[in-house]
Structure formats: C-alpha cells, structure tokens
Design a protein around this ligand. Structure first.
Ligand SMILES: *Cc1c(COP(=O)(O)O)cnc(C)c1O
Ligand SMILES: [Zn+2]
Length: 569
C-alpha cells in the first residue's frame, strides 16, 4: 500500500535521526534523544501533525493577554501576562493534551495512558473523556484522592502503584507496550499542541515583547513556545523572536544548572512548593538549551520565599490568583530589575490558584475562634494579630514580629509558655515566637482543668514496652498512676487516661507533631484530635514545648478540659 507523505518528519534533537511515528512517539529509537516534528514547508498558519484537525472542542477562545498596570508602575518594567490558567482544566497543558489525544485516535490507539499526579493527569483525562477514549493514569501509592480529583471527575482510570513516581513511569511505559495504548506525557506531539501559544500571541498583536518568562519543569512548554516562534519566523510572520527566559525554584533547578554547564543534569531529589515544576529528570532539557542559545535567552532560579511573595503580589495587585509555579516569572523579574527596567516583558501564568489552595493554607496563620461578641471582635482587630498574620506571609516569616497586644488572659497563658520554655534553657527563634503567639491567640479561655500532671517519669527498655509513671492532681488529690505503652507518648497518655476515663472517656484519634526547625532543641507543636468513645464528638487541642512528650501531655490535659466544656454546653 502506498504511503502518502504526511508533510512532516520526526527527527531527534541530538542527532537528527529519522524516526517513524508508528514505532515511537516518545524517544529516538537510535540514540534515545527527544524528538521533534519537522514540517516539509513553512506556513504562516499553524501546522499540526494530523491528517484531520478537529476544532478545539473544549475551548471557546484564546487565553487573555493582559497588561499588568500596577506591577509595571511599581517596578518600572512594562509587564504583561498571558493567562494560561484560563484553559478548561486551569492549565496550559490543555493545548498539548488536545493534540496528543487526537493523535492517539488517528494512530488507532485503544486507550491512552500516562504517569502523573498533577495537571498533566487532569488535562489528558479531560480531552480523553471528551473524545471517548479510555485513559489510564498511573499514580504512586501515597497520592491523595484530592490530588487526583480532577482526573477522577473526567473518568480517568486511576492505577495506584506501590512505589514512587519513577516506578509509576516505568510501569506505565511497559503498560503502553503491552497493548495498543498511546503513552501520553511530555513527548513530541504535546509540543505541537503547546506551540499554539506563540501563534496566539502574535494574533493578539503581541509581537513586540523583549522577553518571555516561562516557568520550567520538564522544559516541554519552553521548547514548544520556542518552536512556535521559530516556525513563525521561518514563515515570515515575525522578524524577531523575544529573548526566552527559563525560571526554576532554587531547590528544583536541574534545567537552570544544566544551562550553565551546557549538559543535562538529573537530580536525585528536588524540593519545592511549586509542585508543577518539580521535575528531577527534565526530559526536554536539550530543547530549553537550544531555545536559550537561539534567542540569547536567560535562566534564573528563585527562592521559595520569593515564590510566596510574588504569588501574593500578583493576587493582591492584579487580581490573578495562580498556583506557585506561575509565580516564578514575576519573582525573576523582581530579582533582576537592573536588567529588565523599561523592557516589555511577558509573564506566562501557567496554572490556576485553585489547583493548590493547600499551599496558601499552609503559609497562613489561621484566625482564632472568638466568642460572639462585638467587644471580642474589636479587641481582636486591635490586637495586632491581623497585621502579624499579613506580615507572616512570605518574606517577613524571617523578620522579627513584635509582640501582640494580647488581652490579659492570653498574655498570662503566653507568659506561662515562655516560663516553661526558658526553664529548659531554650531561646525561641522569631519563627517559633510567631507560631507560639498564634497558638496562644487561638487558645480557649476559661478552661477548667480536671487533671494536672505534676510530674512524670518514663523508663525505656531497649526491646520492650515503655513504662510511664505519673503524679496527677485530680480534684485537689494527689494520685500516682502507671502504664505501659509502645512508645513514650502512648505510655504516658495511657497512664493519665486510666485515671481520667471515668470523667470523660476519650480516645486519641489523631496525633500530629510539627517540628519548627531542624535544631535538636526546636519548639515542637503537638496537635491531638480527641474523640469521645461511642459518640462522634471530636475536639482538637494543641500545645507547644521543646519536649515532644511534654507537648503531648499538655495537649491531652487541655483537650480533656476543652472536651468537658464542650459536653457541658
Ligand atoms: C507542567 C507545568 C509547568 C511546567 O511545564 P514543563 O513543560 O514541564 O516545563 C509549569 N506550570 C504549570 C502550572 C504546569 O502545570
Ligand atoms: Zn537519535
């Protein structure tokens, strides 16, 4: 059967080897390098590697190109943003998923499979479900259901694998070969979809940018944007390509480091709150390197604090709430103002803020619970707590936070904490002070403690149960109690409970320990969730100490007091 020429070839980036799309859509079969679609002819209209292209079914228009007037004014840079979070799944990856899924169908695949826990999974699942082709998503065992909720709603078949992400990737690759399945991800046809960014920008009259700032994980989007510009230039639609800027988080920067070394780096571990760019093995590194060399571009890293600052600033000043990865561009501009002042810069806002509300919750101090009275609300507003809350976001986490104007009762609790911490010879860092103040401010007042722990002793046996003895004060009477447990916290709480269960029988439903610094004398915050046996009543109680055990004991006795107050009410 005669094969009609499709009008393009698949060639590897490293050695220009010719590959067949029937054999591979991922890596070069000869040398393992990444692939690129090379068209026979240039065209002023976007070309796709498909026999038939259906109109984008889920999108109604292009993503907005918006001026950022306030940030421009503040920094003296002509700043613009392309709102790539406007795509149906809240992320630019939809551009690529649309083409990948159509290609899978053209190749006659029975299903699509991929390994991803994030935006890629949601995006591929969305287009697969629209085009009615089954989608298998391989995720590591620890992935929370919330994380894959978006893929789940699009009917993806979630395959949960014992092991980490690389185990999922390896298995997914095998799975793809085991049947007529199309392996989706950061591969050659995705780039063809994502390059539409550049075509769209030119249609929007955005052809005079000096710089385009792109957050980089695997580098696929950077490569795609560059490829789009190259094709437009070859077709005579533009006569110059903006300088492309790649940005990564400091502790997740194999691409940026590789740019300076001019060779691909694979990291053992990466660590950043910007999870969408946390790639230890950046598959499209070569494409980023080519893009930077070709456009006289640049590569920067930014710190976690800078990410938080920019995330906040973009939301508060311009109204765009993005996920942390999308804050990398603004952070890079701010760090290099000498270079970008007066330049026209485009920030690619890759993903929506609602993708990751946990990061916001994690970096905000929660608000205390107030009794329903105007006086309490007024006191709270005047207390300085709100200012502290605002300042504690990002940068000022490390700067000194002045003492709150606490009311006398809270101040007393705070001073008791300080006294017991000082007794242990510990000085608090600013961060520890901040956490402690927040904890005290959230503390319930007017608690009556049914039990006090006057003293306790723990005996540890190397291969046996831990033994705890405690002296309690119950109803003004001294009582000694003891118990065994699998660990010190278990032993001491069991000992105390043996005396308090007849007051209120509580079980520890959850026990969380937060260690605030890497130091061995770090302040430790213990949070206990206590449940009343045979009911569904639950209470949460927190306490802090440099000693984990002591924090647990305090949290329990306080929790008992809170629970008693709760059951009386
Ligand atoms: C995937 C993703 C990136 C990184 O894109 P790469 O193509 O992996 O470099 C950046 N931001 C968001 C929101 C993403 O989902
Ligand atoms: Zn090759």
């Amino acid at each position: 059967m005669a094969q009609e020429s499709p009008g393009y070839e698949l060639r590897c980036v490293a050695n220009n080897h010719l590959n067949s799309e029937r054999e591979t859509t991922t890596y070069c079969t000869e040398c393992g390098s990444v692939l690129r679609v090379i068209y026979e002819n240039s065209s002023p209209d976007i070309q796709y590697p498909l026999k038939n292209i259906q109109p984008e079914p889920l999108k109604t228009g292009v993503s907005s190109l918006k001026e950022l007037p306030r940030l421009s004014e503040t920094y003296g840079v002509d700043l613009w943003a392309k709102l790539e979070f406007e795509h149906p799944t809240g992320c630019f990856k939809d551009r690529g998923s649309y083409i990948e899924v159509q290609k899978a169908m053209e190749l006659g695949a029975d299903a699509i499979c991929l390994a991803s826990t994030g935006n890629m999974a949601a995006s591929v699942a969305a287009y697969a479900s629209y085009f009615k082709i089954p989608c298998f998503v391989f995720v590591p065992e620890k992935t929370t259901d919330a994380k894959i909720a978006q893929a789940t709603i699009y009917d993806a078949n979630i395959i949960r694998i014992k092991g980490d992400f690389s185990a999922c990737e390896a298995l997914c690759r095998k799975f793809a070969k085991s049947g007529n399945y199309y392996l989706a991800g950061d591969y050659v046809f995705r780039e063809e979809g994502q390059k539409s960014f550049s075509y769209e920008l030119i249609e929007q009259q955005g052809n005079d940018f000096d710089y385009v700032f792109i957050p980089v994980g695997c580098g696929t989007n950077f490569g795609a944007i560059h490829k789009g510009f190259k094709e437009l230039k070859a077709a005579g639609k533009i006569n110059r390509i903006p300088h492309l800027v790649a940005i990564q988080p400091e502790q997740s920067s194999p691409v940026v480091e590789g740019i300076f070394k001019k060779e691909k780096i694979i990291k053992k571990q990466v660590n950043t709150m910007a999870q969408s760019v946390a790639a230890s093995d950046p598959v499209d590194f070569e494409k980023v390197l080519i893009g930077i060399q070709d456009t006289d571009g640049q590569a920067f890293t930014v710190s976690e604090n800078e990410i938080l600052q920019s995330l906040k600033e973009m939301a508060v000043e311009e109204g765009h709430f993005t996920e942390p990865a999308s804050s990398l561009p603004l952070a890079a501009v701010k760090n290099n103002l000498d270079q970008f002042t007066g330049k026209k810069c485009l920030l690619v806002l890759t993903g929506a803020g609602l993708k990751d509300t946990i990061v916001v919750a994690k970096h905000s101090l929660s608000s205390p619970v107030l009794s329903p009275s105007i006086e309490k609300v007024t006191n709270y507003i005047n207390s300085g707590y709100i200012d502290m809350q605002k300042q504690s976001w990002g940068k000022s986490r490390d700067t000194f936070i002045p003492n709150l104007k606490m009311d006398a009762d809270h101040e007393q609790i705070y001073n008791q904490y300080l006294e017991s911490i000082n007794k242990k010879g510990k000085t608090l860092s600013n961060k520890e002070i901040e956490v402690l103040q927040s904890l005290v401010f959230n503390e319930e007042l007017d608690l009556e403690y049914p039990v006090e722990v006057a003293d306790y002793k723990i005996t540890m046996h190397k291969h046996g149960l831990v033994h705890a003895t405690a002296k309690l004060i119950l109803d003004g009477e001294k009582v000694t109690t003891e118990a065994k447990g699998v660990g010190p916290v278990d032993a001491i709480l069991t000992a105390i409970k043996s005396e308090t269960d007849n007051i209120l029988n509580l079980e520890v439903k959850n026990h969380e320990v937060e260690i605030l610094s890497p130091d061995t004398d770090s302040l430790v915050v213990v949070t206990l969730t206590l449940g009343e046996i045979n009911t569904d009543h639950e209470w949460v109680s927190k306490a802090a100490s440099p000693d984990t055990l002591e924090a647990a004991v305090q949290a329990f006795t306080k929790g008992l007091a809170i629970a008693l107050k709760g059951t009386e009410a």
